[in-house]
Unconditional design. Sequence first.
Length: 72
Amino acid sequence: MEGGVDLQQMFRELTGYEKKRVDLRIDGIPASPMQIVQAHVVREESVYMRDYVLNDKGDVKELWFNSINSNR
């Protein structure tokens, strides 16, 4: 476990979203599941907030990870 997050589980979850054609982004930039997981590993002092964007039917169409500065 890295910072309370199981990175393998996170990768599987994000890969599932990717297979459903959910747009994945980190800080507004398109990213693959591996890029998002690597960002969590590299930026240990940063926390990422998930932002789920839904379509008209209520299904997830985009999943954004936005870094939050923990030094506030």
